[in-house]
Design a protein around this ligand. Structure first.
Ligand SMILES: Cc1cc2nc3c(=O)[nH]c(=O)nc-3n(C[C@H](O)[C@H](O)[C@H](O)COP(=O)(O)OP(=O)(O)OC[C@H]3O[C@@H](n4cnc5c(N)ncnc54)[C@H](O)[C@@H]3O)c2cc1C
Length: 454
């Protein structure tokens, strides 16, 4: 079953964008992977340096990866906390990075508007509901933490029970955190519009052209090579399949379900009138949005990590996880029970060993990369693409001095340690919610493991 997003694309956005590579070519910049990272990089290169020759090589079709399948939270979330980034750099740099993330959300909206892309944009912010006293305690701590870094009510705030329920009338809500820095979008519309814009500006996309080797100065497929001064790796969760990168990123699957369009009576009881994206304070992440055509699209982690960082189409589907997602959705919104799930799908996201996304260009080899966004790649990949275009263009700008630029995450452990560590970590995070529900006390094991993993 394809994702809701691919299934609801208008026909003109599903049309092929480029022939497979057949023979040798040259370019100024060759980019491996046509998801948001590769495409934003190409878009900003072509916008800031008209005439530059940019070629993308995509194993499947543009938007095949996480960019075409995600939850559609165009958020300002960065996978490493401000405190962690500050420890890697300094307070001012960490705050600048978070502010750049806030701007990235608006920049995506502004590009979509100026280009005339209908990506079902609704900037309703994000609400994370607290549904137990422990979750409420954590919500208060989180807001206090934002204040320590100088972010005010206009960026992050607490909502009391009534205000929270007016936005999101889920069961057991006793409060929430709220940030305006998020828009709900149709992710596949964004990635396919972006890919078309790249082609219209003179970029070349070779779809169905899996790269088998990346080297300084060229990349190779089974049917030819592309030589270029700059080589960009933008392969996120699929990175371990490339020779030499097996331990760079761990692919972890996130899975989603979507309901049929729901009627006015259901929406009157749930809320979400301004389409804020939503979650709650549990450890094993869940996320949702009300789509422009009035469905609930709802996702979460919980799928296992596969030995050797395996990525296969079969792993997109885990019936037990889909069933859990549905149970959780009905638990949040009893009004959806009796309605039909029309779509279920999944895909790999990419987790670096220190959970810190990065972007960079090695000035000697001229090999560049962007990724490691964990589950927060929609906004972050836009900042990555703009940054890569500046780095490749040799421009020193406000964003090229941000602290994630040039950051090198350590490699993951070899197997079997990686398999054991990641799967035990995923289990512990899952069981932490049960432990808390049973005991009413914080699950310490989850804290220990989130430290190990992050
Ligand atoms: C189910 C799910 C829900 C998510 N929800 C959200 C969300 O709501 N908000 C958010 O911010 N983030 C979310 N994410 C994460 C976000 O989607 C990703 O971080 C982001 O899309 C990554 O973009 P990318 O371009 O770096 O990678 P991808 O979109 O994965 O693109 C990589 C591309 O590289 C191609 N490729 C791989 N190997 C090769 C090769 N050898 N040769 C050529 N091409 C290759 C792949 O086919 C793929 O198209 C979610 C992810 C998933 C899976």
């Amino acid at each position: 079953m394809t994702s809701l997003w691919w299934d609801t694309l208008p026909e003109h956005l599903t049309a092929p964008l480029g022939e497979p590579l057949d023979g040798d070519e040259s370019a100024d910049v060759v980019i491996v992977g046509a998801g948001y990272t590769g495409l934003w990089t190409a878009y900003y290169l072509l916008t800031t340096q008209p005439g530059i020759r940019v070629t993308l090589l995509e194993a499947e079709h543009a938007g095949f990866g996480a960019s075409g399948r995600n939850g559609g939270w165009c958020s300002a979330l960065f996978p490493a906390s401000v405190a962690k980034v500050a420890a890697m750099s300094d307070r001012d740099s960490a705050v600048r990075l978070q502010r750049a993330m806030h701007r990235a959300v608006d920049d995506i909206g502004a590009v979509a508007e100026s280009e005339g892309w209908d990506i079902h944009w609704a900037k309703g912010g994000t609400l994370v509901a607290a549904r137990t006293p422990l979750q409420w305690e954590r919500a208060q701590d989180e807001i206090a933490e934002w204040r320590r870094w100088g972010f005010g009510e206009e960026d992050y705030r607490l909502l009391g029970a009534d205000e929270a329920r007016q936005l999101l009338n889920a069961t057991d809500v006793i409060g929430a955190t709220y940030t305006p820095h998020c828009a709900a979008i149709h992710p596949a519309r964004l990635v396919r519009h972006l890919a078309r814009a790249v082609v219209e500006r003179g970029g070349i996309i070779h779809e169905h052209s899996p790269v088998t080797e990346l080297r300084p100065g060229f990349v190779r497929t089974a049917h030819g090579r592309v030589r270029a001064q700059h080589v960009v790796r933008a392969t996120e969760g699929y990175t371990p399949r490339l020779p030499g990168y097996q331990r760079a990123i761990v692919p972890v699957y996130s899975l989603m379900i979507a309901t049929e369009p729901l009627g006015k009576d259901v929406w009157d009881s749930i809320g979400l009138a301004s389409r804020p994206t939503f979650s709650d304070g549990r450890h094993l992440i869940v996320y949702g949005q009300r789509t422009a055509d009035d469905r609930l699209a709802f996702g979460g982690r919980g799928a296992p990590y596969h030995w050797g960082s395996g990525v296969l189409p079969d792993f997109d589907r885990e019936p037990a996880v889909f069933a859990d997602l549905w149970r959780n959705l009905v638990d949040l919104f009893p009004a959806v029970s009796g309605h039909v799930v029309t779509h279920s799908w999944g895909g790999p996201l990419g987790i670096p060993r220190d959970w810190c996304a990065s972007v960079g260009l090695d000035p000697v080899t001229r090999m560049a990369w962007g990724g490691g966004y964990v589950g927060d790649g929609v906004g972050t990949s836009h900042l990555a693409g703009r940054t890569l275009a500046d780095l490749i263009g040799g421009r020193e700008t406000e964003i090229t001095s941000l602290p994630w630029v040039g950051h090198l995450s350590p490699d993951w452990e070899p197997e079997p340690l990686r398999w054991l560590g990641v799967n035990v970590g995923l289990r512990v995070m899952g069981s932490a919610d049960d432990v808390e529900a049973r005991t009413g006390r914080p699950a310490l094991r989850a804290r220990v493991f989130s430290r190990f993993l992050g």
